[in-house]
Ligand binder design. Sequence first.
Ligand code: SF4
Ligand code: SF4
Length: 164
Amino acid sequence: MAEVCSFRVENTRVKIGRIFQDGVRFGCCRCATFCCRLGGPQLTERDMVRLEETDIKRELFVEGRSLRNKANGECIFLRRDLGSGSYTCAIYEHRPVLCRIYPFDLKIDKNDEWMLSLLPCKGLSTPKGESVDRRFIEKHLKPLFPQIRTLYEEKEKRKRVKVV
Ligand code: SF4
Ligand code: SF4
């Protein structure tokens, strides 16, 4: 994916893909069409600490390194409002970093640089959405990048331990 601009987060260069040049807007419509139904998200140590602040017993929500799923594959914390038909997160204030960054994604390349890209989402390019420009990225996404890096590092560490 071609890059249109970049900035640094700590020692990492984050490249912004061309797709962001074409007037991408984002406004979540609480449809849970793609997110929240793809299995429980993976968790960082920081996510664990945030989740423990809910007073819910860890074994009730954690399976391995992820949030548990319901039998239908939805995240255990996904709730449907029967009145409006829209979906909510039962632990919204404590949700993991992967939920916070959705529908944006960071891919790391061989030079240890990051490319910001988009995941499937019904709230993208909705006319009522917020413009995904540099200000949006700095405000909503940049604070999450170090936590996403931790998630990747923790995954890589577990892979190495398995191989050894
Ligand atoms: S924790 Fe909340 S936002 Fe994250 S997948 Fe579960 S229901 Fe969705
Ligand atoms: S993030 Fe996208 S897919 Fe998920 S609820 Fe919001 S609009 Fe729907």
